[in-house]
Design a protein around this ligand. Structure first.
Ligand SMILES: [Cu+2]
Length: 126
């Protein structure tokens, strides 16, 4: 089967090229910094949650949500970019009662469209 023998090296070469192209110079948009930080116990209720990502994110597809201990969403639903670098997003918060809160985020890399997500907790304890 000479045809198959010819096809095989070609497909391996294409696969190799594909892998090389799929390996990004930069990785996905991972969480680099958070305020409040993961597992932070803060005395004053924060007016917003700010997240910095390891690379530029697509604001339309990047969302931060904050939930109270009962699982009720408490943020103002206004996830928005901050600053000029394209790597910082924030969501506003109403005055929060003391308690434990969960931050859930979803991000889409502006560079390669890859999705990332994560969650962490912080506690308001005046
Ligand atoms: Cu990626």
């Amino acid at each position: 089967m000479p045809r198959l023998r010819l096809l095989f090296p070609a497909s391996v070469a294409v696969l190799g090229l594909g892998l090389a192209l799929a390996t990004p110079a930069r990785a996905h948009a991972y969480l680099q910094y958070a305020d409040p930080a993961k597992d932070a116990v803060v005395k004053e209720a924060p007016a917003k949650v700010t997240l910095d990502f390891t690379e530029e994110v697509a604001p339309r597809f990047t969302r931060i949500e904050v939930f109270d201990a009962a699982g009720k969403e408490v943020d103002r639903g206004d996830s928005h970019p901050e600053g000029k670098g394209g790597r910082r997003m924030a969501v506003s918060l109403p005055p929060l009662a003391p308690g434990k809160y969960e931050v859930r985020w979803q991000a889409v890399s502006a560079d390669d469209g890859h999705h990332t997500s994560g969650r962490f907790f912080f506690t308001v304890a005046p």
